[in-house]
Design a protein around this ligand. Structure first.
Ligand SMILES: Nc1nc2c(ncn2[C@@H]2O[C@H](COP(=O)(O)OP(=O)(O)O)[C@@H](O)[C@H]2O)c(=O)[nH]1
Ligand SMILES: [Mg+2]
Length: 301
């Protein structure tokens, strides 16, 4: 299945609703007037693009329609795609230039952190990289067991401690092992069960201190995983985590399970943190590098 087919397949539910809405609005197109703009705004909001983003999108469309001739619904679609791509611009690439480099994966419980780490491991190993997982979600033993299954599946190494251990100690050991073994990428799983923001900040700060101290100058990524099916709640989570640590990218999982794929546009335009990957299923190859243009095209196709 091609890359585009995968996005298309992953966005099937979104398209069944969003496309119908946007297309239904465009089907009645005669001219760009306030009726059309407000109907478009509503259909964008229904796809979870967010009220604010829908409003600024429509404002931009209004301005453009004054400057350019928009004659057909294809013209409008093209302008709409262009405006939404602009809102998502940002660097979607991972920057892992040092050996080892470190990816810290954060997010609330159940969003798909461990699964995403497994998928990333698979991707890096297939590129010929040596990967080590740090099982720093020590909250329950099952979390490390789950990561271990992925490690076996994709031939990555894993460092784990017993249940309840200090997550920063796991990361410390993982980095020592990575240095000794010539690992390319260390991917750290974390617990999503932190009770409050202060707790979360302290824990993340401690892990970051360990990485900083043990690997000064190393390439780092901090990826926030968000479940696309949680809608507005996902935006709130992103805002909290963005305050607690410096995020370098977002992974939006479970796009295959939602009719509201517009959340991708909402989150990346609101936070100014680029979406780097999208998850469209549970298996190892269901993680796609994010491409704003391909995404928007599939969205409005
Ligand atoms: N459909 C679908 N399910 C996913 C995706 N990513 C993760 N999951 C499922 O979501 C559930 C929770 O994932 P897990 O990685 O354990 O979440 P964690 O608590 O954040 O580590 C599991 O059943 C995963 O198989 C995705 O992109 N699509
Ligand atoms: Mg987990």
């Amino acid at each position: 299945m091609s890359f585009f087919d995968k996005i298309r397949e992953g966005l099937k539910k979104t398209k069944q609703s969003a496309q119908n809405n946007v297309n239904a609005v465009l089907a009645t197109f005669r001219t760009v007037d306030e009726d059309l703009l407000s109907e478009l705004e509503d259909s964008l909001i229904l796809a979870d693009i967010g009220a604010e983003t829908a409003m600024t999108t429509v404002d931009e469309l209004r301005e453009r329609s004054k400057l350019r001739n928009i004659h057909t619904k294809e013209d409008i679609k093209a302008e709409l795609c262009d405006i939404l791509c602009e809102k998502m611009k940002g660097d979607s690439a991972l920057h892992l230039d040092t050996k080892p480099s470190v990816i810290l994966v954060v997010g609330v419980n159940g969003v798909g952190k461990t699964t995403t780490i497994g998928k990333l491991g698979q991707k890096f190993v297939s590129e010929g990289k040596k990967v080590l997982f740090a099982a720093a979600d020590t909250f329950r033993a099952a979390a490390a067991d789950q990561l271990e299954v992925w490690a076996e599946r994709c031939s990555a190494d894993i460092v784990r401690h017993s249940e309840g251990a200090d997550p920063s100690a796991v990361i410390f050991d993982a980095i020592s092992a990575a240095k000794a073994r010539g690992t390319d990428v260390v991917i750290c799983d974390t617990a999503g069960r932190l009770h409050n923001k202060k707790n979360l900040m302290n824990e993340l700060a401690k892990m970051n201190r360990v990485i900083e101290r043990e690997l000064p100058g190393a390439s780092r990524e901090t990826l926030l995983v968000i479940d696309a099916t949680t809608g507005q709640n996902g935006v709130n989570q992103a805002e909290s985590f963005n305050e607690a640590c410096t995020l370098t990218g977002i992974v939006l999982t479970k796009l295959d399970g939602t009719a509201k794929g517009g959340i991708v546009i909402n989150i990346s335009s609101r936070l100014g943190v680029p979406v780097k990957f999208i998850g469209v299923g549970e298996s190892a190859d269901d993680l796609l590098e994010f491409d704003a243009k391909a995404f928007v095209e599939a969205f409005f196709e």
